[in-house]
Design a protein around this ligand. Structure first.
Ligand code: HEC
Ligand code: HEC
Ligand code: HEC
Length: 304
């Protein structure tokens, strides 16, 4: 009898050791309960967000920014923008890296027109979304430390991170945080509010992440067509006029005109443009101090 009790209690003790008591798990759950700061509460009050919805939104806003892809902007918020972008030059930048595409242009800058550049780090930086950054595009052959395939899946009918997506122009380090702001406020946000969470409004500046950047092979010196006039070019970025329909009429941006009168901090003091190079190991490295967002200090870096 005594032996059985001993054995049983031994089993019980080891079970507890292995699986915990459950009491602990409950305590952990309680600990995880999200407590909003006064600022966060004021923000949600202003947008009239239901209490139930606040915890989830604030979790996204507090996490480090990451790239989410153009598809996340489509579907119920910016469908006409997505469709227009899909048919715009930036919605097809990945294809240009394939053999046989734009032979003449490649030959002119001494690139090999028969080479496959779809895994070449230098090219990926300017032809895809968020390459070498959190949540960003990963080329074929990418593997996790454990050897799992982590390459970005590509669906030719739905362009996403493999192209120059929305986030390459509209975000500092990915749109995950300000997407939560836009959704929570149902579009009723100020420039300052989304800027705080990583949106950028320095449009003319942001183009120079790629156009006329010192690392692009397609410089104005090579051909006149690479000269960059922002006012002319911006008209071709997403020509939404043709994409409004009955189905998406509710996505018209009601606050757009009001926002146009505001001047964002990024418009007053544009953000830094990244400098980068390919290191000895063939990896793309950003030059220290040139990133527009400092993820350690959680601060934005403006041009001096
Ligand atoms: C610093 C950014 C940057 C890098 C790096 C870069 N590109 Fe581009 N690429 C651009 C921009 C910007 C354009 C559009 C230029 C324009 O039309 O004014 C472009 C255009 C192109 C075009 C079309 C040119 C034409 O006239 O039709 C091809 C092809 C191309 N890139 C291939 C590549 C390949 C291959 C690599 C890597 C070896 C590469 N690019 C690296 C920014 C870049
Ligand atoms: C190549 C850069 C670029 C890309 C890519 C891009 N945009 Fe834009 N977007 C702009 C510029 C520039 C403007 C401002 C145009 C103007 O001033 O008339 C703008 C304006 C907008 C606006 C209006 C903002 C406001 O409140 O005034 C929305 C919404 C928008 N873009 C959504 C998107 C979405 C969604 C995508 C992806 C499907 C996208 N954009 C891709 C550059 C870009
Ligand atoms: C992440 C890199 C990147 C950024 C940022 C970027 N572009 Fe581009 N852009 C490209 C590439 C690559 C192409 C080449 C597409 C092609 O030739 O098919 C291109 C092509 C274009 C074209 C088409 C040129 C033509 O006539 O065929 C326009 C217009 C344009 N960009 C405008 C802009 C504007 C305006 C901005 C800033 C608001 C901007 N781009 C920001 C990479 C970029």
């Amino acid at each position: 009898m005594g032996r059985i009790v001993k054995v049983l209690s031994l089993v019980l003790v080891s079970l507890v050791l292995v699986f915990g008591t459950g009491i602990e798990a409950d305590a952990k759950k309680k600990k995880k309960k999200v407590v909003l700061t006064a600022e966060e509460t004021a923000m949600f009050d202003k947008w009239e967000v239901k209490p139930k919805k606040r915890a989830k939104a604030v979790k996204d806003m507090r996490k480090k920014p990451k790239f989410v892809g153009a598809i996340k902007c489509n579907g119920s918020c910016h469908d006409p923008y997505y469709q227009a972008w899909q048919n715009s030059p930036h919605g097809g930048t990945y294809k240009l890296l394939k053999p046989g595409e734009r032979k003449e242009a490649k030959l002119r800058v001494k690139l090999d027109p028969e080479k496959d550049y779809t895994t070449t780090p230098l090219c990926l930086r300017c032809h895809t979304t968020g390459y070498r950054q959190k949540g960003g595009f990963k080329p074929a052959g990418s593997k996790s430390k454990k050897g799992k395939d982590t390459a970005t899946k590509i669906d030719p009918t739905e362009p996403n991170k493999e192209q120059v997506g929305c986030e390459m122009c509209h975000s500092v380090a990915g749109g995950s945080q300000f997407r939560a702001v836009m959704k929570s406020s149902k579009g009723n946000f100020t420039k300052a509010e989304t800027e705080h969470y990583g949106q950028r409004w320095d449009y003319a500046n942001v183009c120079t992440r790629c156009h006329t950047h010192k690392n692009t092979p397609f410089k104005p010196e090579v051909h006149d067509k690479y000269k960059f006039n922002y006012e002319e070019r911006k008209l071709k970025v997403h020509k939404i006029a043709d994409y409004w329909s009955e189905d998406n009429a509710d996505q018209k941006l009601e606050k757009k005109d009001e926002r146009a009168k505001q001047v964002g901090q990024t418009e007053k003091t544009p953000l830094l443009i990244e400098d980068f190079k390919i290191n000895d190991k063939g990896k793309l490295k950003f030059k220290k101090g040139t990133k527009p967002y400092n993820s350690k200090k959680k601060t934005y870096n403006y041009k001096k």
